[in-house]
Structures are given as structure tokens and as C-alpha cells.
Design a protein around this ligand. Structure first.
Ligand SMILES: [Zn+2]
Length: 135
């Protein structure tokens, strides 16, 4: 794992609004420190530069791993994952109550790989919505 300078971590964190850029969970709702994710993993040649970094909760970061793509559950095609630096969240995802639904092939593929709608995640999200802190 590459050392990420504090100044770069700060830029990534502030740019995200201190939220996971995949599931939008606010950092302050977690006891775990959010991680700086290489969108294109270093193992695939991704650089440690602003344009290739995003803030990710440990859960999303773990499930993403070094993946760049996965299988769209509808078309069964190999499909790129959501890229927070290139893609706009609301163009690919829709909040249906506390469920995160994929609106596009990229959205569906990311929801599936990241397993974004486990009963626990949906329950937490419902609580945050009720409190007015999500999204
Ligand atoms: Zn997340």
C-alpha cells in the first residue's frame, strides 16, 4: 500500500464532503476511519494522484478490492464499476427509500459487487434518512 501524503488525503476527504463516494455514508456515522481508494488500483497501473483517488468507507473499499469491472446482473456483460472521478452518482444510482438501485449498467454492476443493499445497510440507511443526515 502506497503512502498517501496528508495533504492529498485532505483534498480527497474534503472533495467528498467526508462521505464514501460509493455508498454516500458519512464518515462521522462510522467508528472506522475512511480510506483513500485508488479507483484504478495500483496493481492495474493506477497512480496516486487526485484524479485517481476517492474516499471510501472500509466496507466499500474491501468489496471493491482491485476490481475495475464486474458482471451486470441484467445484461451479464462485463461492465466497468462506478468511477467517482468520471461518473455522476445520481446518473447511475437512485435512492428508492433506503435502497440504492442501479439506474444504468454501471450502477447495477456496482450495487451488486458492493452488495449495497444488505438488510443491515438498508436498516442503517433508513435510520440516517429519518434523521435527515442521508444522503
Ligand atoms: Zn461505502
Amino acid at each position: 500500500m502506497t503512502y498517501i501524503p496528508v495533504s492529498l488525503r485532505r483534498i480527497v476527504s474534503e472533495r467528498s464532503g467526508d462521505r464514501c463516494e460509493y455508498c454516500l455514508r458519512p464518515q462521522w456515522t462510522s467508528v472506522l476511519t475512511y480510506e483513500v481508494d485508488h479507483i484504478i488500483a495500483e496493481s492495474h497501473g493506477g497512480d496516486t494522484v487526485e484524479e485517481n483517488l476517492c474516499l471510501a468507507c472500509p466496507r466499500c473499499n474491501r468489496l471493491k478490492g482491485s476490481n475495475l469491472s464486474s458482471i451486470d446482473p441484467v445484461t451479464k456483460d462485463i461492465t466497468p464499476l462506478f468511477n467517482p472521478r468520471k461518473d455522476v452518482w445520481r446518473e447511475h444510482f437512485l435512492l428508492d427509500g433506503a435502497l440504492i438501485a442501479g439506474k444504468t449498467n454501471i450502477g447495477r454492476t456496482t450495487v451488486r459487487l458492493f452488495n449495497l443493499n444488505t438488510p443491515e445497510e438498508v436498516s442503517l440507511r433508513r435510520e440516517w434518512i429519518d434523521l435527515g443526515i442521508y444522503p
